[in-house]
Design a protein. Structure first.
Length: 276
């Protein structure tokens, strides 16, 4: 006879170890197929990519060391000029990034399947694909022809290329939002603009800020080479130094670029902690 205070036996304990749920066979097969397809693609690309020449990295390492030795004595004789051009490069990147964000937000919303109808989404996405597919250097050459040599061509090149990237990143974050807050706002009779402002933007703002800071870091690096085609910044000096075999000056410029990019990276990390 059991007492009233006796604890009831736990069925989970008495029944022994709990069986784990069976793996989804179709999902496992799909995963194996994907890895197999990747292995086949790498094997198919081995010869065209000349991956067999990887042994030359070790066989001819002495040649690389001899060439790199020319960069071991950087010449900072014109450091003020280098810094001025580096600051100009950061300014080009800043304007290119801000313009791409300002114009990228509406394109991102028009590229989101949960915001715009399909007959708008698909054409806008294809337009953004075109902006993203063409490299900044190609755009820089086009804008140098259109507006002449100088930093403005670099700003426009970064703006157009990053417009496609920003629209892609922002639209993917919009499509991943929780739909219930938007539905709640819609139930109150709010307009489409109010749904976006009060239902979508608050959810995606942290991701958008993170993406924007990341693109600014990337654009500082990209802007350093736009000067090679006459789009302003330190890239033009770097190209002339390399072409003239001025290794000491090239080393000084590269060090300034590395320090600047590192500083921008640290600054963006700090801004992420504050704003997100």
């Amino acid at each position: 006879m059991t007492t009233p205070n006796a604890a009831a036996p736990n069925p989970a304990v008495m029944s022994g170890p709990v069986a784990l749920p069976a793996k989804d066979l179709s999902r496992s097969l799909f995963g194996y197929l994907m890895w197999g397809a990747l292995a086949l693609a790498l094997a198919w690309s081995w010869a065209p990519a000349e991956m067999g020449r990887i042994v030359m990295l070790f066989a001819d390492s002495s040649n690389m060391a001899e060439y790199a030795s020319g960069f071991l004595s950087p010449n900072f004789h014109e450091w003020r000029y280098y810094l001025e051009e580096m600051v100009l490069t950061v300014q080009i990147a800043l304007w290119g990034t801000v313009l791409s964000i300002v114009f990228g937000i509406p394109f991102a919303l028009l590229s989101s399947s949960n915001v715009a109808p399909i007959w708008i989404v698909q054409p806008v996405r294809r337009l953004m694909d075109a902006c993203r597919a063409i490299n900044e250097l190609v755009f820089a050459v086009l804008f140098v022809v259109a507006v002449g040599l100088g930093p403005f061509a670099g700003v426009m090149a970064l703006f157009v290329h990053n417009l496609g990237i920003i629209a892609k990143l922002f639209s993917e974050s919009v499509e991943a939002i929780d739909p219930y807050p938007v539905e709640g706002i819609r139930a109150t009779g709010a307009s489409k603009l109010q749904e976006i402002v009060f239902g979508i933007i608050p959810q995606v703002a942290p991701l958008w800020i993170s993406f924007a800071l990341y693109r600014f870091e990337t654009n500082v690096r990209s802007a350093t080479v736009l000067g090679m085609v006459g789009a302003g910044g330190i890239g033009q000096i770097l190209f002339e130094s390399i072409r003239g075999f001025y290794y000491a000056e090239t080393a000084a410029i590269l060090l300034i670029v590395v320090v600047t990019v590192t500083f921008v990276d640290l600054l963006s990390q700090r801004l992420r902690r504050i704003t997100i």
